[in-house]
Write a protein that binds this ligand. Sequence first.
Ligand SMILES: Cc1cc2nc3c(=O)[nH]c(=O)nc-3n(C[C@H](O)[C@H](O)[C@H](O)COP(=O)(O)O)c2cc1C
Length: 302
Amino acid sequence: MFARGACVNVAAPMVRYSKLAFRELVRHWGADLVYTPMIVADSFVRSQQAQVYEFSTKRSDRPLVVQFAANNAADAEAAAALVAPHADGVDLNCGCPQAWAVRDGCGCALLYQPELLSDMIRRVTQASGLPCSVKVRLHQDLRRSVDLLRTVQAAGARMVTVHGRVLGQSSATPPDLKAMALLREHATVPFVANGDAWSAEDVALIARETGAHGVMAARGLLRNPAMFAGHERTPIPCMVEYTRLALRLGTPWLTLRQHLAFMSEGSERCDRRALLACSSAAGVLDWFEARGVDMKQQTMFR
Ligand SMILES: Cc1cc2nc3c(=O)[nH]c(=O)nc-3n(C[C@H](O)[C@H](O)[C@H](O)COP(=O)(O)O)c2cc1C
């Protein structure tokens, strides 16, 4: 995928949101590589209930990267082995800034433990037979980021995603494109840049400014899942398609409604209040139909 030379569109891991129906949707609208939400490896390997709840997939859900939060190599490798038959890659989250994750020694805590991270990469690769990647945030001191990049590459990481913000920086802070460009120069594996890709133009700009092989988007895709395909706002057919997918794949109504809330923020020709007043997926489909959406063609005809 990275070998073909064009910038790879990557749909980010998003807790609660990058679930099966949303993954299907963004693939239809231009995402090349798609992540699951972060899954906590510890509970995943110990609880069958967690396995069922946290990870559902289907044959067409590829190429798929499954992301884990882990604080030890044994959990990471056991979790990776469980999903290996259904995935194309396993990612280790080294960028989650949440206090519970850092306290537990996963997420951003791993930025400060290169040896443990290296061990995890080696054992995940061996146990799963899949490429292992990491998603990191920047260090304040960029030299530490370069060292970390070299370390993970030496341990066998096959792709690196850099979220261009440091721990503690809010998502309102612009990502540091220059820092990502510098790191990209030290990358010997596919390098994915992440931060503030809200449109196809942003994707092109980030790729150009950083030299990245791929660009990952999170909030931009929540707001407009068709963004990689060049749409400036969420097309109505995209919302209809998501509602249908959610209905078919058993997405809980509250999750579907939250996605529609995000999508309709950036959509034109959509009476958001009325849409969000619907009380079920079937009600949403009726609502669209009553407003003149051609449900066969999925286009607006008036
Ligand atoms: C709702 C939400 C959930 C997220 N969940 C995860 C996650 O599970 N794993 C992860 O590595 N990052 C997660 N992130 C961070 C994003 O993947 C991404 O790094 C960050 O939002 C910056 O990208 P953006 O500017 O395109 O939003 C999440 C972000 C959001 C908004």
